[in-house]
Write a protein that binds this ligand. Structure first.
Ligand SMILES: C[S@@+](CC[C@H](N)C(=O)[O-])C[C@H]1O[C@@H](n2cnc3c(N)ncnc32)[C@H](O)[C@@H]1O
Length: 278
């Protein structure tokens, strides 16, 4: 059986349990940008909780927004379009290979590991700090929604993927309390006015976009499976998923089974406000 050979990550990435950065950067860039549109539709195109978006728009000073683990900065770029051009945006990620080659002048991207203290010039400066879709990077106590996903009609390929994903999550100590536990983590961090909102994917089944939603979700699930399996095997895999043949076999089942299945999952957004210092 062939063993999968991967490029060697360095520094913080080498110690990370994060699985979606393996392989060609452009494929992951495209997957993240496509995913943004899918999730944005699901979240009623509210890039921010509406009360936070209104407060920013009404702010007497230019808004400043930081995004941690920004990926391709797709969310930052979309938020930037909704705010005045003197607003300031900073995106951080430990993997810079997915940063876009050009951005508006008010968006700056920098390399940073979210588990290390941030440079002091970023402290106490931002009105909003956004972080999303980092569950694959969080170990227990730092905080899987894949485990909450259900497929209709049931898919053997998905069951197998869930089993592999769960066993891998246990192996690397990933935090399985997310995303449901997110708001509790924000409260524990000392924030006030904390709350969360769940956006069910199946609400899209009752819109005019139903058919395109189903086909886009199916494309998304296949791309996520491919990228996850690449990352899982590059980190040593789990029994039954360590070789390229095993990856190819499962991906072939995804190709066969996914086309027009209904994919039910929750997107949960949680927020809180850092109390003002007297
Ligand atoms: C699933 S992507 C989501 C990207 C973006 N937040 C979005 O919603 O499109 C997760 C991102 O977290 C980044 N990441 C993972 N571990 C990290 C760490 N320790 N420090 C900084 N970024 C990290 C990855 O490189 C990747 O870009």
């Amino acid at each position: 059986m062939a063993t999968i050979v991967e490029k060697m990550p360095t520094g913080a990435q080498a110690e990370s349990i994060y699985i979606l950065n393996s392989g060609a950067a452009h494929a992951e860039q495209e997957r993240l940008n496509r995913q943004h549109v899918l999730f944005d539709d699901m979240m009623q195109n509210d890039l921010l909780p509406p009360h936070i978006a209104s407060a920013l728009s009404a702010s007497p000073t230019p808004p400043k927004i930081l995004e941690i683990a920004t990926g391709t900065a797709v969310w930052l770029s979309e938020v930037a379009k909704t705010l005045p051009s003197n607003a300031e945006f900073v995106g951080l990620d430990f993997d810079t290979s997915k940063f876009p080659s050009s951005l508006p002048p008010n968006i700056t991207l920098r390399q940073a590991d979210m588990f290390k203290p941030f440079p002091s010039d970023l402290h106490e400066k931002f009105d909003v700090v956004n972080v999303r879709l980092i569950i694959f990077a969080l170990k227990e106590g730092q905080g899987t929604d894949l485990l909450l996903t259900s497929i209709e009609p049931p898919s053997q390929a998905w069951f197998k993927f869930q089993d592999i994903n769960w066993r891998f999550a246990k192996k690397v100590g990933r935090d399985l309390n997310l995303p449901i536990g997110m708001v509790h983590y924000i409260k524990e961090a000392g924030c006030v006015e904390c709350d969360d909102k769940a956006y069910p994917s199946n609400s899209q089944l009752y819109t005019r976009e139903r058919d395109s939603w189903i086909s886009r979700s199916n494309v998304h699930v296949k791309a996520l499976a491919e990228q996850s399996l690449r990352g899982i095997t590059s980190l040593g895999g789990v029994e039954g998923m360590t070789t390229q043949e095993e990856v190819d076999e499962l991906l072939a089942s995804f190709d066969k089974e996914f086309g027009d299945r209904k994919i039910h999952y929750l997107f949960i957004r949680a927020w809180g406000r850092k109390p003002q210092v007297a």
